[in-house]
Write a protein that binds this ligand. Structure first.
Ligand code: 7RM
Length: 636
């Protein structure tokens, strides 16, 4: 378990070395793994073409590194603990040996369905151990997993299945989340009506709710595993073969399938996990993210398993049966490392300190935050009441596209600073630029955050459309990866992420393109045009504010709002539900027809005193009408 930085001095040395000799640096990190064949060359890259290749010619299987490699030393150690939704239901613990056996078993099921190396497999499942098992089973046989968060609607699921041409879906009958049982399979059924290529659906029994099984297409997980054994050799994969596709929202168009490859992702996720969290033998690590997001891929599944830790898979929600659930789970399993999102912290803060009283929280050593900027108030509450002032907080900045954490403190090793992600990890070269792409040198500057040199888990492509990958990430500023985030480097050289500078909003740590929400709203028959912006929200970080022009046909605003909300639910899912919908008669547009979002953002924020110059608008009067309507909407 070494291979960890242990002092601030060591960090500085390692950082320096990683910039001077990146290839030597990463070759050494990669040498700690099991390779079937060593790489011929560490790195090839060309940002103009949006290309990065790592450990070229290397052959491996990531599951041998997550599982087989540990069997001799920690086969009987618990790899994963599943904590169910119901507080009184029994947890499930899987040792490395057991997880290995279940992964091989399900890998054989996938093979029996004809799934081959390179095929894409859709996983649409709740937080059950079988999701982790299915994910690793794909990697075992060289299939590419694409997990779709089970909160997405049938139409969002169908879009993803079709975009990456998936022919098999693994799902469950239903799921439990808090007091609710949700039908999952029926959403898959609805989606597949529009996915003619899907030939197989494997259904895990979780809720026992009656299912319509389509003959020749749908089979039960438990029937399938009964037919196969648990021996499955790991497929030999190329370092640059795809490992997974994960869809994420951008500022334009439909969500993109971010593609990561095996070797570089493995090396970076393992290195960043060990160093950021500083786990040790016997650590009990809990990341509360859903496996359907990148955090659940990198730091609930791959990172912890690569390093031989014990990782918790939690099925429930923070507020069920009551708002002490997180703290109860921490005490129950003696969690040492706890990684969650600012939105969860802010929402639990709202319940005061009473829910904490029954719990000691004395097993905790390290706290983490991810997904959005953590405001100072939430940082201090987390630090004082959960960490009791003794646990370093790692505020980890990264993205689906970066694969792993790029800017963060190393727990207990490098300094922390409330609301700052602080310093780049070794191997990461951030650069701040102005809107023309000029480097902002020195400290005490603010600009757009780019990365000027590749790291091993950088995005390889957007599935099926490499041009879009180049356009989105590598063309805004020449020879740099553009993150889409604004960032400040303070007088001491610490980085503070300021939020998105593009038309992406971050609602409870979930990324959403305003264009995506608008296009869902526009599906309502009466909607003529819409404009969506984010606005500050006490718990969610950002809320969704939609300005909508409708042909009302006698309907009231209230009715229209309800109907529009239902349409968004249907097209994307509940996570994209607008918090405010204001029906307007016009939108502020320039003479060339561009919506002035800057003005709408200010109105949504409630900052109407200073809307800037509106004289260039086609119809300046529309602004007054929107402002008046907004004052009413904001009070509601
Ligand atoms: C891991 C994840 C990425 C976007 C990113 C930022 C925001 C994430 C932080 C953060 C401030 C953080 N992937 N973001 N972490 N902002 N501080 N520690 O969230 O692809 O879903 O989102 O999230 O804007 O660009 S993501």
């Amino acid at each position: 378990m070494s291979n960890r930085i242990r002092t601030f001095e060591e960090y500085k040395k390692e950082y320096q070395f990683s910039v001077e000799k990146p290839e030597e640096f990463w070759a050494e990190k990669a040498s700690h793994f099991t390779w079937k064949k060593k790489w011929d060359k560490v790195l090839d890259w060309n940002f103009e073409k949006g290309e990065s290749k790592w450990f070229i010619g290397g052959k491996l299987n990531i599951t041998e590194n997550c599982l087989d490699r540990h069997l001799a030393t920690r086969g009987n150690q618990v790899a994963a603990i599943w904590e169910p939704n119901e507080i009184n239901d029994k947890e499930i613990k899987l040792t490395y040996k057991e997880l290995h056996s279940k992964v091989c078993q399900f890998a054989n099921v996938l093979k029996s369905k004809g799934v081959k190396k390179g095929d894409r497999v859709c996983l649409y499942m709740p937080m059950v151990p079988e999701l982790m098992i299915a994910l690793l089973a794909c990697a075992r046989i060289g299939a590419v997993h694409s997990v779709v968060f089970a909160g997405f609607s049938a139409s969002a699921l169908a879009d993803r299945i079709n975009d990456s041409e998936m022919t098999i879906v693994v799902t469950s009958d239903g799921s439990y989340r808090g007091a609710k049982a949700i039908g999952v399979k029926k959403i898959v059924d609805e989606a597949i009506v529009n996915c003619p290529a899907v030939k197989n659906v494997i259904v895990l029994k979780r809720t026992g709710e009656e299912q319509k099984m389509v003959a020749g297409r749908d089979t039960w997980w438990h029937d399938e595993i009964a037919k196969v054994n648990d021996q499955c050799a790991a497929e030999e994969m190329d370092s640059e073969d795809p490992l997974f596709i994960l869809y994420t929202s951008g500022s334009t168009g439909k969500p993109k399938g971010v593609l990561h490859t095996i070797g570089g992702y493995m090396v970076y996720v393992d290195y960043s996990f060990r160093n950021v969290f500083q786990t040790e033998e016997n650590s009990i690590y809990w990341c509360t993210a859903d496996i359907g997001w990148i955090t659940g891929h990198s730091y609930l599944t791959y990172g912890p398993l690569l390093s031989g830790s014990t990782t918790i898979v939690f099925e429930g929600v923070p507020t069920y049966p009551d708002s002490g659930r997180f703290w109860q789970v921490i005490d129950k399993h003696k969690v040492t490392h706890f990684y969650t999102a600012p939105t969860a912290i802010r929402s639990l803060m709202g319940f005061g300190l009473d829910p904490l009283k029954p719990y000691k929280l004395d097993s905790l050593k390290v706290l983490g935050s991810v997904g959005e900027p953590i405001n100072e108030e939430a940082w201090h509450w987390y630090n004082d009441n959960i960490g009791k002032g003794k646990c370093p907080i790692v505020d980890t900045w990264w993205q689906t596209e970066t694969g792993g954490i790029l800017i963060s403190p190393l727990a207990g090793i490098t300094p922390t600073k409330p609301s700052y992600a602080t310093l780049p990890l070794p191997g990461v070269q951030p650069i701040l630029v102005d809107s023309e792409g000029n480097e902002l040198k020195g400290n005490g500057v603010e600009g757009n955050l780019c990365i000027k040199f590749p790291w091993p888990s950088i995005i390889r492509t957007t599935y099926g459309d490499h041009e879009r990958c180049i356009q989105t990430y590598f063309s805004t500023y020449k020879n740099m990866y553009f993150t889409g985030d604004g960032c400040k480097r303070d007088e001491e050289g610490y980085y503070r992420i300021l939020g998105r500078v593009d038309d992406v909003i971050n609602v409870s740590g979930h990324r959403m393109g305003t264009a995506e929400v608008e296009s869902a709203i526009n599906e309502h028959d009466f909607v003529i045009e819409s404009a969506v912006v984010g606005y500050p929200h006490d718990i969610k970080g950002q809320g969704i504010y939609a300005f909508v022009i409708c042909d009302k046909k006698g309907k009231t605003d209230e009715v229209l709002r309800t109907e529009i909300t239902a349409v968004v639910n249907k097209i994307i899912g509940p996570i994209a539900k607008p918090d405010k919908i204001q029906i307007v008669s016009g939108l502020p547009k320039t003479r060339s027809g561009k919506i002035m979002r800057r003005i709408l953002r200010k109105i949504a924020e409630g900052d109407v005193s200073n809307l800037g110059d509106t004289s260039t608008l086609l119809d300046p009067a529309v602004v007054d009408e929107i402002v008046n309507g907004a004052l009413v909407a904001l009070k509601s």
